[in-house]
Write a protein that binds this ligand. Sequence first.
Ligand code: ADP
Ligand code: MG
Length: 371
Amino acid sequence: MYLSKIEIDHFRNYKKEKVKLCNKINIFIGDNAQGKTNILESIYILALTKSHRLGFENNIIQKGFHSCKISGLLRDNEILKELEIKWIQDQKKVYINQKEIRKIAAYISNMNVIMFCPNDLDIIKGSPQIRRNLLNIQISQLYPLYVNYLNEYNKILKTRNEYLKQLGVNGFSDLRYLDIIDDKLVDRGVQIYLYRKKYLDYINTKIGSIYEKIMNIKGLHIIYENNLDLDSFELESIKKQFYQKLKSNRKREISQGMTLYGPHRDDFSFYIDEENMKFYASQGQQRLAIIAFKLAEIFLFTEEKGSSPILLLDDIFSELDIQKRNKLMQYIPQDIQTIITTTDLKNIQKKIIHQAKIFIVEHGNITEKVE
Ligand SMILES: Nc1ncnc2c1ncn2[C@@H]1O[C@H](COP(=O)(O)OP(=O)(O)O)[C@@H](O)[C@H]1O
Ligand SMILES: [Mg+2]
């Protein structure tokens, strides 16, 4: 799939911009703080309705204004879709072909994006929440049902935690209501485990060989870490273990007023053979492992959706040496839409520049560069 046009209106430092993108490589060049990340962010938001900059969502609307809009024309195989997202103050609305879509799950599976950015190192170094968030975003783009399970799970989890707190304060002895909540929690939770397992299993079929080709190091793989002590990912055994954990930890959960077991506590790690990269790998190795993870995702998206995702590369070339940059570009399929930002064209191979559409970003203005 590809985005043939993006229009932004009072978004961050842009007043009104309309950009026609090509279906292969697009490069946005500009100095710092001109609006390069903002343009990629607008594309990311158009796809996912949320920013990739966690905790940085308050200033989406241009300073001094109270509404903003992002819209774009998406071509997916032969189908053309007009996507649009509008904010009026805190209120967000999304549209496909001018029709409002009320279910986020039905919206975010339309346009698929994979973002590479300098903050990605946090995927190895940061908190488990960052990794769960990545899993949730990526799996949601592929499987709309996952979004429903996740939303329901989170709601039930909240109710359960509130009830556990009440039990702790009031010391009720009637636990039947908790049993009912547990049934629902396990039912949705099991589905989340299954989707995440399937996703990471797929990544593992590709990531090792990609990393080996770029880094010449064998053995990269992901380990899915859950707190149920599962030895099998069969639906029935997950269910059994989940119930067992909840039952045997009730007292502890009531005294702490929160649910201690379940997919909301999931994590995953990058390993080279037996060694966790968080502790043993250099920053460069970690960076490339994350890139390999995302390159593996391209294959998964393309296979599952029958259409390639759109790649967003935010200033990642400055972090890599020339050899690694070139290897990375070799791995990006030729026919996939790629949108790159950089401060300097020198960071990008001539061969790539020749086939790219180039834009100059200056103070929130975008102009196409014509040779
Ligand atoms: N809501 C906003 N209104 C106006 N300007 C904004 C808003 N949010 C961010 N900016 C400005 O956008 C600029 C940063 O743009 P960014 O795309 O991150 O730059 P870069 O080109 O370095 O990637 C900063 O100058 C920042 O002040
Ligand atoms: Mg930037």
